[in-house]
Design a protein around this ligand. Structure first.
Ligand SMILES: [Zn+2]
Length: 246
């Protein structure tokens, strides 16, 4: 995504425009129907849109996962601009966000993101798709394995599975739980945006799982919590410095 405004994204035919908005995790059937009246509560001081913007700003400035991803995007020539590459919108259902490859925008569902922690997770997850889009020619629509790979990486590296993982480790000591969680979430994410059977989605995830689960870029490790993410960010900055001196 980001930083490549002249890049039309995978398959820019007009007929695909709508479908392209379904890329990555979520579906935005209503995104074209602008102008829906906001269902704000009289009692709330800020609108959902203002809250979304404020939480996004805090996420971009303070979350170590996001700070690392933003640095990595910049390093790969895809600098991210808050105004250009993020959009707070109302979404249908319980969708939290998505990456729109056709516009290189991350959509944040302002009606469904209710806390700073949730915003942190959604922005991190979507930035991993954006990072994959930036560094490689991802065939989001023609090869379901490409989508599967990015969903495995997003579930593995964004912390989506970490909280659950911690609880399970504490209570049941299941070492494999993280992998199981990543696989299940990747399959669900694919099914949310592709009209394919669960079996086809499972097959795609299984085919790419080993290599994509072990691809930890740009973190260099699985960042199980913010401390890990901070270390990963420090390592990335050192690596960046090292390479820029060669
Ligand atoms: Zn996703």
């Amino acid at each position: 995504m980001a930083g490549a405004p002249d890049e039309s994204g995978p398959g820019s035919a007009a007929g695909e425009q709508l479908q392209q908005q379904h890329v990555a995790c979520q579906v935005f059937p209503e995104r074209l129907a602008q102008g829906n009246p906001q269902q704000g509560f009289l009692s709330s001081f800020f609108t959902n849109n203002q809250k979304c913007q404020l939480m996004l700003l805090k996420t971009l400035q303070t979350n170590p996962y996001v700070k690392l991803l933003l640095d990595a995007m910049k390093h790969s020539g895809c600098a991210v601009n808050k105004e250009r590459h993020f959009s707070c919108e109302d979404c249908d259902g319980n969708v939290s966000g998505g990456f729109d490859a056709s516009t290189s925008q991350i959509v944040l569902c302002q009606n469904n993101i209710g806390s700073q922690a949730h915003m942190n997770r959604v922005v991190t997850h979507e930035l991993i798709h954006a990072f994959d889009h930036c560094r490689a020619h991802v065939h989001w629509f023609t090869d379901v394995r490409h989508l599967a790979c990015s969903e495995v990486r997003a579930a593995n590296l964004s912390g989506d599975c970490s909280l659950v993982n911690e609880i399970f480790r504490l209570h049941f000591g299941l070492k494999q739980h993280h992998q199981t969680c990543v696989r299940d979430r990747a399959i669900l994410s694919i099914l949310a945006v592709r009209n394919i059977s669960k079996e086809v989605a499972q097959k795609a995830v299984d085919e790419v799982f080993e290599s994509c689960f072990n691809d930890h870029e740009p973190f260099g490790r699985i960042p199980h919590n913010k401390t890990y993410a901070r270390y990963a960010h420090r390592d990335f900055q050192n690596r960046d410095r090292y390479y820029s001196n060669i």
